[in-house]
Write a protein that binds this ligand. Structure first.
Ligand SMILES: [Zn+2]
Length: 320
């Protein structure tokens, strides 16, 4: 709050004391969004109006807004709103510097990511919440995007110093993210580090950790190389794999992805690493003719491809 009591005819004061209808609506929205973040366990900080500077008396280590009553006081006076990253809510923000970079990510690695997303002055903020025991990593890729897990970010509907307004693009539940998923979904901020832990027998100590860098495509390729589709089908409980001739590595089975009586409609080929379904009623045929071990895991578990890659990579020892 600025106290500008004794400055008559100050235009700034006039604006502040009688906000127009649009500004009143914005402040009401700020309250509503603050209530939403607080309901998720977020800690917020009030920022100065049209600024990214935290209001005096508040801070990353100091006082923060944890109740709507505290937030109401500042937001009604036109304050901007900041979200504390890391901390109690374990929030993280993928911060794209411009919308072109965001669109590129959204149509490739991030195509199955559904989460709360906001438009910033120039770019896009994509929000996540750490899942699993490990904290997410604070990473950066200059001139592309930062993966922020500490500090704070400005939230919608704050007003940027330039005058533009932060807006909510996708109003969705915030997606949980594990460290393994971070490495796969945001590899450009810091390439996925794959460690093979070798225990030297008799010494009881760990050998130095050899590291290799695998990007998303390389990790998918490695999974396809190491995991046969027939083994994955067996793990998923697809029963009665039958040899279908034409080679020892070719199988047929009852397809779990469509309703029907044909016990042999699903085909699996360990030589090519592909599987598919002969039924025209089947999603497997409608979406594409052939699929790989990653799609099989994703469909069977009902998870996005990125998460299927993460769980397979973990089981195969491709991640720490
Ligand atoms: Zn099928």
């Amino acid at each position: 709050m600025t106290l500008a009591i004794s400055i008559p005819n100050s235009p700034a004061l006039a604006r502040q004391s009688s906000p127009d209808a649009a500004e009143q609506a914005r402040r009401a929205e700020a309250l509503e969004l603050a209530a939403h973040w607080l309901s998720l366990g977020a800690h917020l900080v009030p920022l100065r109006p049209r600024s990214k500077a935290i209001l005096a008396g508040y801070g990353l280590k100091g006082r923060q807004l944890t109740t709507l009553n505290q937030a109401r006081f500042h937001l009604r006076a036109g304050a901007n709103l900041g979200l504390i990253l890391g901390g109690p809510g374990r929030f993280a923000c993928l911060d794209f510097e411009d919308t072109v970079l965001y669109e590129q990510w959204r149509t490739t690695l991030g195509r199955e990511v559904n989460t709360w997303t906001e438009r910033t002055a120039r770019g896009v903020h994509v929000f996540f919440q750490a899942a699993g025991p490990e904290a997410l990593q604070h990473c950066a890729a200059p001139h592309q995007a930062d993966f922020l897990t500490a500090g704070f970010v400005t939230l919608a509907p704050s007003i940027h110093p330039s005058g533009s307004r932060y807006t909510v693009l996708d109003r969705l539940p915030i997606a949980p993210m594990t460290l393994a998923e971070q490495r796969i979904l945001v590899p450009f901020t810091r390439p996925a580090v794959v460690r093979t832990q070798t225990v030297l027998k008799g010494e009881g100590e760990r050998a130095p950790l050899p590291t290799a860098r695998l990007n998303y495509q390389e990790m998918a390729r490695e999974i396809r190389r190491r995991r046969r589709v027939s083994d994955e089908a067996s793990r998923l409980g697809i029963e009665e794999l039958k040899a279908r001739g034409g080679g020892l590595d070719k199988w047929k089975a009852r397809c779990p992805f469509h309703a029907g009586d044909d016990p042999d409609s699903m085909w699996l080929d360990d030589a090519t690493g592909l599987w598919g379904c002969a039924s025209t009623n089947c999603r497997a045929q409608q979406e594409r003719s052939a699929h790989d071990v990653i799609t099989l895991r994703a469909w069977a578990d009902g998870v996005p491809l990125g998460r299927a890659i993460a769980s397979l990579a973990h089981e195969l020892g491709l991640t720490r």
